[in-house]
Design a protein around this ligand. Structure first.
Ligand SMILES: O=C(O)C(=O)C[C@]1(C(=O)O)C=C[C@@H](O)C=C1
Length: 365
């Protein structure tokens, strides 16, 4: 045996023994999670038991990132524990997660990033269908896109909160990489048409103008649908992400063609219950003010006076009348906090309506 073979043999024995220890520990953890489920059921007889605890998951993942000794990166270590927790939760209760489909969209990638791969992910054709599925109890949670760093807010999602009773239970951000993809059979052909979602065309506009100027761009309902068409139609290509490309067996002609390297989409997790404080939280509200001078100042002043940090404010037309507006506001902190509750009461006193959409952990992954 060569020196290399001897040394590799020793190291692989070590790895085998460590794998056994990891497996024993993961199994012990899974048994703990099973007991947690029994406690939750015993203390909530005859009620809807909420097995998924977003605030606890955020605390676990944050602690893992802080305690990580390396050499794996904090993100990599958190991803591994994300999957362990996902498997533990599935033992407690298999979670059904509705997402804006079809299969292969970035929203599915976001759902799996947030919940791990042990959930059942259910594709739905539209944002309102995702809300309905969760409202009716057919899915435990839903995942919908809410904003993109290049293209701005996804208004349809914001508007859903005006009428839906659902709460925001979490957020997850996903770096969006778009590729120009085509089927292996199409590779040597002239491409005369490119399919994509209109948002993705917008995120790759400069690249397309510089590299594929004059080629017909056809907007379809999703990137996954674009990939499906490119797989079937000769002479076509798609702009889509890795998941859709892999699903339809497409080759990458040009990778990462988004105009901004930090192109990121933020997604919301919606559910039927409120989430407790995790220690690093965000809250969202919808407010409509009377249409009078100084209304916006009156709305924002209590936040400023009490040192609360707003992370987003968006204006949407109100469904209740022409030229009336609703403000969608995100701020740091949890609504259970006394100071936040005082600020919201002050705003509420001046508002036509204030709707609390929920407090939830700031995205960890
Ligand atoms: O702590 C709990 O409530 C658990 O159910 C355990 C656990 C975990 O595996 O750590 C699993 C699922 C929950 O979403 C949060 C955490």
């Amino acid at each position: 045996m060569s020196d290399e073979q001897i040394r590799l043999g020793e190291l692989r024995d070590q790895i085998d023994s460590l794998d056994q220890q990891i497996m024993d520990l993961v199994s012990a953890r899974a048994r703990c999670a099973q007991e947690v489920a029994e406690v939750k059921m015993a203390h909530n007889p005859g009620q809807d038991v909420f097995f998924y605890r977003p605030e606890r998951e955020a605390q676990v993942l944050r602690r893992i990132k802080e305690a990580n000794p390396g050499p794996l990166s904090d993100e990599e270590m958190a991803r591994l524990f994300r999957e362990i927790m996902s498997a533990c939760l599935a033992l407690e209760k298999p979670m059904h997660i509705a997402f804006l489909g079809p299969v292969g969209t970035f929203t599915q990638a976001a759902a799996l990033k947030h919940f791990g791969h042990s959930v059942v992910s259910v594709p739905l054709p539209a944002i309102d269908a995702v809300f309905r599925e969760v409202e009716s109890g057919s899915a435990h949670y839903g995942v919908v896109p809410v904003e993109n760093s290049t293209e701005g807010m996804i208004n349809h999602t914001l508007d859903m909160f005006m009428s839906s009773p659902l709460k925001i239970c979490g957020e997850v951000q996903l770096r969006i990489h778009h590729h120009l993809l085509c089927s292996p059979e199409n590779r040597d052909q002239d491409i005369t048409r490119i399919y994509s979602h209109q948002q993705s065309f917008a995120q790759c506009r400069q690249w397309l103008d510089a590299h594929r100027y004059g080629i017909e761009r056809v907007a379809v309902s999703s990137n996954a649908e674009a990939a499906r068409r490119a797989a079937e139609e000769p002479g076509t290509a798609a702009i889509a992400g890795d998941m859709a490309g892999e699903l339809y067996g497409l080759d990458v002609v040009a990778a990462k063609i988004e105009d901004r390297p930090d192109n990121t989409t933020r997604f919301l997790i919606v559910g039927r219950e409120e989430v407790g404080p995790s220690g690093q939280d965000k809250s969202s509200i919808l407010v409509s003010m009377r249409n009078k001078p100084g209304a916006l100042y009156q709305l924002l002043e209590p936040f400023h006076r009490n040192g609360l940090s707003l992370t987003r404010i968006e204006t949407r037309p109100s469904p209740s009348g022409t030229w009336a507006y609703v403000f969608y506001i995100d701020f740091e902190g949890h609504m259970d906090d006394d100071l936040i509750s005082k600020v919201l009461s002050e705003v509420e006193a001046e508002a036509v309506e204030l709707k609390r959409l929920g407090s939830y952990p700031i995205g960890v992954l």
